[in-house]
Design a protein. Structure first.
Length: 118
């Protein structure tokens, strides 16, 4: 199983970016998918998740600004990020559980850098 994250870049505060996570080696339609991020000097933190049925969950810090979605036909999960803030600067990772009932995420993408400037 491989996860390929893309879409990061440099954006001004208040701007938008859309991250993509393309999965290969497994159909993701039956799996929860998640996005995490890690800023320099900080621990990795949860950002958003989407269940197999489309239910979503967000960290309080991104609620109302970020939207997670999935396209099972493309085996891809997205993270639309609007109204970006300086504190959103981080490496963003997508993740997939090893099994459909696993609580923990077992597969991780390589990360994509998001830098928000003032």
């Amino acid at each position: 199983v491989q996860l390929q994250a893309s879409g990061g870049g440099l954006v001004q505060a208040g701007g938008s970016l859309r991250l993509s996570c393309a999965a290969s080696g497994r159909a993701i339609s039956s799996y929860r998918m998640g996005w995490f991020r890690q800023a320099p000097g900080r621990e990795r933190e949860f950002v958003a998740a989407i269940g197999a049925t489309g239910t979503t969950r967000y960290a309080d810090s991104v609620k109302g600004r970020f939207t997670i979605s999935r396209d099972n036909a493309k085996n891809t999960v997205y993270l639309q990020m609007n109204s970006l803030k300086l504190e959103d600067t981080a490496v963003y990772y997508c993740a997939l559980p090893r099994t459909s009932v696993s609580v923990e995420y077992g597969y991780w993408g390589q990360g994509t850098q998001v830098t928000v400037s003032s």
